[in-house]
Design a protein around this ligand. Structure first.
Ligand code: 26A
Length: 345
């Protein structure tokens, strides 16, 4: 089956970031007024974090960026290179070279836009036990423009893809690019998948998120993100996750012949698959504390495992089981990285 997969079948857009990851004491989070499981955009006051991690906390550098993580994991499982194509913006520096190399090694066909005067984006990953707090300095990633998708070669890649995946995070950068890709997917009746990505997206980027929602065939999120969406919509407070899922799938949709699906993860509690007429639960194998290296990228890996099967036309339960497998695997490795050959059966 895998060998029949066409190259470029899956197109993703996102923020290519280099993760600067370290285990830190709680005081470090307090100093920067961050919480244990945040995912935020860096403000001026966060800028010293990156240096401090390198100078005082033996930081590791790892390929990151949410969509790029998912595509690298999908490629690892698919095994055939260049099924996944990635668009995003980097600088002209060593960090960009590292990201390019990591994408290539994983088999992701990255077509970066390059900003000559802005450094490649970074993300501080502050590990405290099984929690991870993310602070992204988008830098060049924020310079992505729709022009890049209008270049003939890139336009053809978008037109020829069969599946599309974009993070909610990318709403902070280029809503017009997202709308362009969503419209291409709709025109060809091809699945368009999105992720709620972080609570702040629903809090501060609700309008562009609502603009694209009618195009979204599958929406991913975790419980915190689903609750943030519900709160921002004024849905009943503390509503059950299943009720939020039902409301998410019922939001207006353009291609009504393919009802929306919501897939909500909740850490080691079961994954919820919410369809217009059913809700199913998928157990997650819980790991012993000593097996956990860090949970950075677990949600991205879940999506990566899901996509690896979805692009091969597998049933949703196989996709979700593979998502759980991939998330479990990367938790046992630093950042969103894997080791050895995939062993999903
Ligand atoms: C716009 N923001 C805040 C972001 C991100 C992001 N990727 C894209 N946009 N904030 C954190 N990440 C990435 O998420 C991964 C973990 O899920 C980090 O780079 C990290 O690899």
């Amino acid at each position: 089956m895998t060998s029949e997969l066409q190259t470029g079948a899956l197109v993703g857009c996102g923020n290519p970031l280099l993760d600067i990851s370290a285990t830190v004491p709680m005081d470090f989070l307090k100093k920067y007024e961050m919480n244990e499981d945040d995912a935020i955009l860096a403000e001026e006051r966060h800028m010293p974090i990156y240096r401090e991690l390198v100078d005082n906390h033996r930081a590791e550098f790892l390929a990151g960026g949410s969509v790029q993580n998912s595509l690298r994991i999908a490629q690892w499982i698919i095994g055939k290179p260049n099924v996944a194509v990635f668009f995003g913006c980097v600088g002209q520096d060593d960090y960009a070279s590292t990201l390019r190399e990591k994408a290539r090694e994983a088999g992701v066909d990255a077509h970066y836009q390059v900003s000559a005067d802005t450094p490649t984006g970074t993300c501080a990953v502050l590990i405290t036990g099984t929690h991870r707090s993310l602070c992204a300095n988008l830098a060049a990633a924020n310079k992505f423009t729709i022009d890049h998708l209008e270049q003939p070669a890139n336009k053809a890649l978008v037109e020829n893809a069969l599946y599309y995946y974009i993070s909610g995070f990318f709403l902070t950068v280029s809503p017009p690019s997202i709308m362009r890709v969503a419209a291409a997917a709709l025109a060809k009746q091809r699945p368009f998948l999105m992720n709620l990505s972080a609570p702040f997206i629903s809090q501060f980027f609700m309008q562009p998120l609502l603009d694209v929602m009618p195009y979204v065939d599958i929406i991913f999120g975790n419980e915190a993100e689903a609750h943030a969406f519900a709160t921002a919509q004024g849905w009943p407070e503390k509503e059950d996750l299943r009720e939020i899922g039902k409301r998410l799938v019922a939001l207006n949709k353009l291609n009504a012949s393919r009802p929306r699906i919501a897939i909500l993860t909740q850490g080691c509690d079961p994954v919820l698959l919410i369809q217009h007429d059913s809700i199913q639960e998928f157990e997650v194998t819980s790991l012993a504390a000593h097996e956990i290296v860090d949970t950075n990228g677990a949600g991205d890996a879940f999506v990566g495992g899901f996509l690896a099967q979805f692009v091969q036309g597998k049933s949703l339960d196989v996709c979700i089981r593979c998502g759980n497998y991939a998330a479990g695997h990367i938790i046992k490795n630093p950042g969103c990285t894997y080791s050895g050959a995939p062993q999903f059966v």
